[in-house]
Design a protein around this ligand. Structure first.
Ligand SMILES: *[C@@H]1O[C@H](CO)[C@@H](O)[C@H](O)[C@H]1NC(C)=O
Ligand SMILES: *[C@@H]1O[C@H](CO)[C@@H](O)[C@H](O)[C@H]1NC(C)=O
Ligand SMILES: *[C@@H]1O[C@H](CO)[C@@H](O)[C@H](O)[C@H]1NC(C)=O
Ligand SMILES: *[C@@H]1O[C@H](CO)[C@@H](O)[C@H](O)[C@H]1NC(C)=O
Ligand SMILES: *[C@@H]1O[C@H](CO)[C@@H](O)[C@H](O)[C@H]1NC(C)=O
Length: 347
């Protein structure tokens, strides 16, 4: 494939490499990535950049290194529900009853022992708003959806994703949580960064400092682990609208269609590297996706980013150009320089 024939792709790749070059030349350049780019149904990049473990020059990130994909896990859970919809076992529509981050403290504080208990305890939460009153971001919703998959399929959500997606898509290095990873060597360490100083390396199995949940075990809202190679295959599957596994392309089409208007946060689009035209453009959220809209310099776009305490995942899809870029990072900036916090968004 001649890259020069694909200006958009060239622009995306040049931009990513430029940003990384810049970053590595800066004093804060202790960030390590894994990058996958899919274009016109082909993986054009699946590679690791930098180190898995800060301070250990021989421990490098490869295309198969495993990163926590954080809230991008929600797209997988959304896909699990989509499969049940596709099979005619459920219907779906956008719903909301909690306010922003409602119910999330049960999860973050780990006050109950299991995901099932989290969901049960949501019954006692004071509902702050009317049913279906619009967009609100809450991790707790994905805990509910994890339990819905379990109820409908009579399998844990992790076993369900494994048998319906990980195995058939040949994404053999994707796991529902760090505990499931047998070859611990493949896991990236993770780090926090503040004003050029690095905390870590932390380990996903043994460093409680960066656990997102008890024992860092299954959490539908964010515990999935994957690699650049695998996510490139998943990008292809998503852009091909479930070809090979889904009955019809309709289900994934509705997943990547805006379902509810998402209030676009002030001037955040600039820091995040998006372009938003006030002229009639709406920014919406899809099923298992954050932003859907014509916000990528004239192109229709969707994404689902994710953050845990020490990993950061960002992606972007341009369906009309069959372009998908997924960037995983094993360092999360905390406080410190504002530019550091949004670096991956701008890449
Ligand atoms: C994309 O690639 C997949 C896997 O190689 C293949 O099954 C599928 O037919 C391709 N789709 C198109 C539109 O080329
Ligand atoms: C550095 O990485 C190598 C290879 O990945 C590993 O064998 C070694 O134990 C690591 N060193 C330390 C100090 O963790
Ligand atoms: C395909 O969809 C039909 C109708 O919704 C359903 O009965 C059937 O089970 C589905 N097949 C698969 C493999 O999902
Ligand atoms: C819910 O709100 C009611 C009325 O404001 C209050 O009495 C009750 O204590 C609240 N419950 C919880 C669990 O916060
Ligand atoms: C954590 O793991 C240990 C050992 O596997 C287990 O005994 C314990 O119940 C787990 N704790 C939680 C909160 O899941």
């Amino acid at each position: 494939m001649k890259l020069a024939n694909f200006p958009l792709l060239l622009l995306a790749i040049t931009h990513v490499h430029f940003m990384m070059g810049l970053e590595q030349s800066e004093s804060n350049g202790n960030r390590f990535h894994s990058l996958s780019v899919l274009y016109k149904n082909q993986t054009v990049i699946a590679q690791g950049i930098g180190l898995k473990q800060y301070g250990n020059a021989s421990n490098v990130v490869t295309a198969d290194t495993l990163f926590q994909i954080d809230s991008y896990s929600k797209t997988f859970i959304g896909m699990g529900i989509a499969k049940l919809v596709d099979e005619g076992k459920m219907v779906w529509s956008m719903n909301s009853v909690f306010g922003d981050y409602g119910g999330d403290s049960a999860l973050i504080l780990g006050v109950v022992p299991t995901e099932r208990e989290i969901v049960k305890s949501l019954a006692y939460l004071n509902k702050t708003r009317a049913l279906r009153s619009g967009y609100a971001y809450t991790n707790a919703y994905y805990e509910i959806l994890g339990e819905v998959i379990e109820y409908k399929s009579i399998m844990t959500w992790s076993a369900y994703l494994d048998s319906n997606f990980f195995k058939p898509l040949w994404i053999h290095h994707t796991y529902s949580c760090a505990l499931d990873v047998l070859n611990t060597e493949d896991l990236s360490f993770d780090h926090n960064i503040c004003n050029g100083k690095v905390a870590g390396p932390y380990h996903l199995k043994t460093s409680p400092e960066i656990f997102i949940w008890k024992n860092n075990s299954y959490i539908a809202a964010g515990s999935i682990i994957s690699s650049a190679s695998d996510l490139s295959k998943f990008s292809r599957f998503l852009l091909n609208k479930g070809e090979g596994i889904f009955n019809s392309t309709k289900t994934i089409s509705s997943m990547i269609t805006g379902q509810t208007i998402s209030p676009f946060f002030g001037n955040m689009q600039n820091v995040m590297g998006l372009s938003y035209s006030l002229n009639g453009n709406a920014v919406a959220a899809g099923y298992g996706l954050d932003i859907i809209g014509d916000v990528m310099y004239g192109y229709h776009y969707f994404d689902k980013g994710g953050d845990t305490s020490a990993f950061k995942a960002r992606n972007g899809f341009i369906p009309n150009e069959e372009l998908a870029v997924v960037l995983l990072s094993n360092a999360q900036a905390k406080e410190g320089v504002m530019e550091d916090l949004f670096l991956q968004d701008r890449i």
